[in-house]
Every structure is written in C-alpha cells, then in structure tokens.
Design a protein around this ligand. Structure first.
Ligand code: 5GP
Ligand code: MN
Length: 332
C-alpha cells in the first residue's frame, strides 16, 4: 500500500514541470516553514515552483530564504490564478479544509492539476488526489521530512531547507514541549541540525524580535483583560480599539493565548480578537484530554487539533465571550 503510494508520488514528481505550493490564511511558522522547505527541494529537482499564500505572514517569519518570492493571493490575484492554471501539481500544506484558504479556496477547488495534501489537522476534507496525512505528527514540517525520507530525497535538505523545517517544528510544538513531541521529533531535529543550521539564531529570529508595543500589549492583556473561570479556564478579548491603541501588527497576538497556562490549574485558554475581516477570530488551547477541536467545530465554525484549535464568530466580541463562558463550563 505504502509502496504504491511512494511509486505514485515519484511518478508525479517525475512528470511535473510546474508546481504550486499553498498554505492556510494567516500563515504561521509551520505553514511558511513547510511551504518554503518544500519549495527549496522542488527547485533542486528542477521543478518550477511558486509558493502562493492567501495573505502575508508576520514579519518574524520573513527571514526564511525566498520568503520574498512567495506571492500573496490577496495582493496579486490574477498573477496567482495564471500560475495555478499552469501547474501540473499543487501541494496543499498545513490545512485540512479549503475554507482555511479564504478567497484562494475557490481557485484551488477549480484547479485541474493533481492535488497533494500534506497535513496533520483532524478530519481532512476530500479535495486532494493524494494524501500524506497524520494527526500524530506535531507539525506539517515533520511530515515534509517524513515524506522526503519516504521518497529518498532527504539528501537535498540543505541549510536553508533545514532552517525552514526546524522553524515549523519549533513553532508548532511550542519549542518542543507539547504533548506529541517524542523521540522521533528530536531525531528529525537532530538530522536538521547536522546540516549546520544556527538553531539559536532561529529562536531569536522568531521569538526575540518583538516591538515595544507588542510587549506592552501582552502586559496590558495580562493586567487588564484576563478573565478566569472556576480557576480552570482563562480568556482574553481584544477589540479593534485596543488593537489600534497598541498599533497591533500581524502576528503581534501570536502566542498570547498560552500565557494563562502558567497559572496552576488552568486547562483551557481562549483568545478572542476583532479581525480586520469583520468577524471575531478565535484561538483555543487545552491540556490533556480536553478536546478544543470538537469545541471549535461545535460552537465556533472552526477546528484544528485536540489541544490547539481556532475558529470564527459572527457575534459581537462580548456575545462571543459570553457564549464561550457558557459552553466552556460544560467541558471543564
Ligand atoms: P491559531 O489559534 O494558532 O490561529 O490556530 C490553532 C490551530 O487551529 C491551528 O492548527 C489552525 O490551523 C487551527 N485553526 C485556526 N483557525 C481555524 C479556523 O478558522 N478553522 C479551522 N478549521 N481551523 C482553524
Ligand atoms: Mn501546523
């Protein structure tokens, strides 16, 4: 079975001249790391490849090699569509549903090329021709490594590729601390380190490049906005006005949702922010067996993983928080 799949992947790559790599809206470290990591490999295989993002990534991810060559669909829609129409294959990385692509979703749905999904989110939608999917993987970057290994392509992993894959594994595992991190994760990291990458610099690039405003925003949220429920759940809300006050930039609120976990007893954390798109963007995190993937699907038009999920609400910020308060009581 697996051998058949390997043969199929190999055949596909052999017959490919033009490839497109897409990832989810508001791309994070794993989305950009896996997309650019795969891009570097495909280039080495002499496949003309374009990374197409639904929208830009936060600046702390722009240092990855060739980020500037990626196209943003929200800015260059026509150019992206032409490239998608010319592609022989399309890689869908780090998302399980076309709705995670926002406006780019329709173009991908209608594209005639072969589609390959490489992802680790629960319940993948059936839009691809070939799947390399596992919810056991802590990150899509880990799956990219596994996929390269399966196809005997790890020899092409150079420093630039390794830095990309390291970043995705690092960000999606909370710097190697979440449940699901195991000896295999560290073995892959060990292989990536052997290429000579500067892991310390990668951590600094991602985590030590905050603006003063971003740090003050965290202080403001912790001091003024933190709500605790039964000493088991915690959440913050952030309005458009508050975001303007701290000149919030893309990515500034990343990681904020996790802070209350440092309080003893907290098992569920949530963060609600007014998004520029007009809805409330929701981030949910949990510990142990509390399943925020199901919770996000049930109440907040979303999904993700058991311990990390997201979603949207079309209610007001206040009503969204109230709905959360009511429903979270049923799972804590
Ligand atoms: P974050 O809170 O970091 O934005 O997202 C946490 C996890 O939930 C990620 O794995 C992400 O892919 C998933 N996720 C975030 N927002 C949504 C959403 O609107 N829909 C779905 N299905 N998953 C989401
Ligand atoms: Mn991921």
């Amino acid at each position: 079975m697996l051998q058949n799949k390997v043969a199929e992947f190999k055949k596909l790559l052999k017959n490919t001249k033009n490839a497109v790599v897409v990832t989810h809206f508001n791309p994070d470290g794993d989305a950009i790391g896996s997309s650019l990591g795969l891009y570097h490999i495909l280039k080495k295989l002499k496949i003309k490849t374009t990374v197409i993002l639904p929208n830009a990534a936060p600046v702390f991810l722009h240092w990855m090699k060739d980020y500037s060559k990626a196209l943003c669909f929200d800015i260059e829609k026509e150019k992206c569509e032409k490239i998608i129409n010319k592609a022989d294959i399309l890689f869908a990385l780090d998302f399980n549903s076309l709705s995670r692509l926002e406006m780019l979703g329709n173009s991908i749905k209608n594209a005639n090329c072969k589609k390959i999904m490489i992802d680790h989110h629960r319940e993948p939608e059936k839009f691809a021709n070939l799947y390399f999917h596992s919810v056991k993987a802590g990150s899509t970057c880990e799956l990219i490594y596994d996929w390269l290994k399966l196809l005997s392509l790890t020899k092409h992993i150079d420093r630039a590729t390794a830095s990309c894959l390291y970043t995705g594994i690092m960000t999606d595992t909370g710097s190697f601390r979440y449940r699901g991190v195991n000896s295999k994760t560290h073995l892959i990291i060990s292989e990536l380190l052997k290429t000579g990458i500067d892991a310390s610099l990668i951590h600094s690039n991602v985590y030590d490049t905050y603006s003063l405003n971003r740090l003050k925003l965290i202080g403001y949220c912790l001091n003024n906005k933190l709500e605790i429920i039964k000493n088991k759940a915690a959440y913050f809300t952030l309005s458009n006005n508050e975001q303007a006050q701290f000149q919030v930039q893309k990515g500034d609120t990343e990681g904020l949702v996790n802070y209350p976990f440092s309080i003893k007893g907290i098992e569920v954390c949530a963060f609600f922010s007014e998004a520029p798109e007009g809805y409330i963007k929701i981030s949910l995190r949990s510990k142990g067996t509390i399943d925020v993937n199901t919770f996000a699907r049930k109440y907040f038009n979303g999904g993700g993983h058991i311990n990390a999920a997201g979603g949207k609400s079309f209610l007001s910020l206040k009503a969204t928080a109230q709905l959360f308060e009511t429903k979270v009581n049923e799972i804590i």
